[in-house]
Ligand binder design. Structure first.
Ligand SMILES: Cc1cc2nc3c(=O)[nH]c(=O)nc-3n(C[C@H](O)[C@H](O)[C@H](O)COP(=O)(O)O)c2cc1C
Length: 211
């Protein structure tokens, strides 16, 4: 299939340095709220990229659950490929592909496992079905078929019937502590705006990149 003739014109207001908050997390929040108001489906879905133990790239979508000046947090199974990648190389990048608004945010940083207190606080807010699912799935391992998974779920559902579901100790999360942010706004003639924040000690400097 040849997709080379598919093109969109990006007529947007653009992004300039005076428009930006000096704090990249505040700027992220401003964009996040605009994207949410625009009705974007799952604006907190982000591409998490990690490095495999042999140095290769690996990417997948996860959901951002909290963010503030300390970092950007998501939850996952600690036996998964992403968790083992981050245990070897803490470097991670997060990409928000907010395409219908002609926007992309990239965040580059180092990841740190969340404390059990932080994970517990989120665990209790999860729907029961998701909690059972966490017990039923040994994420990223090979399984024989779908039936195996459904049986595992049923087994766990019966095991926990009538009682609160404990958090498995292999279920946790990570905080990505940003070193760099890039805010990308699509413009006409492919002259897009790219504004980058770089952390210098406790300060952020903002630079414009060529599209
Ligand atoms: C919209 C969407 C949201 C997802 N959210 C999460 C999430 O928050 N945590 C998670 O572990 N996996 C999530 N996944 C599944 C991951 O993309 C991935 O398949 C899984 O985590 C295993 O990845 P790994 O083998 O690279 O560790 C999500 C997938 C999609 C499409």
């Amino acid at each position: 299939m040849d997709l080379s003739e598919i093109r969109q014109t990006y007529e947007t207001k653009g992004l300039d340095l005076p428009d930006l908050s000096p704090n990249p997390t505040t700027q992220f929040q401003i964009w996040y709220e605009e994207v949410t108001e625009a009705g974007y489906l799952e604006p907190n879905a982000m591409v998490l990229s990690t490095t495999t133990p042999d140095g290769g790239p690996r990417a997948r979508i996860v959901l951002l659950k909290t963010f503030n000046d300390d970092g950007f947090c998501f939850f996952t199974n600690l036996t998964s490929d992403k968790a083992s990648d981050l245990a070897t190389t803490a470097n991670a990048s997060l990409t928000f592909p907010w395409i219908s608004l002609r926007r992309q945010v990239n965040i580059f940083g180092r990841s740190k496992q969340l404390t059990s207190e932080e994970v517990d606080a989120y665990w209790v807010t999860r729907p029961r079905g998701s909690q059972i699912g966490a017990w039923a799935s040994n994420q990223s391992s090979v399984i024989p078929n779908r039936e195996y998974l459904d049986n595992r779920f049923q087994f766990e559902e019966e095991r926990w019937e009538g009682q609160p579901i404990e958090r498995p100790d292999y279920w946790g999360g990570f905080r990505v502590i940003p070193e760099r942010f890039e805010f990308w706004q699509g413009r006409t003639n492919r002259l897009h705006d790219r504004l980058c924040y770089r952390r210098i000690e406790n300060d952020w400097i903002i630079e414009r990149l060529s599209p």
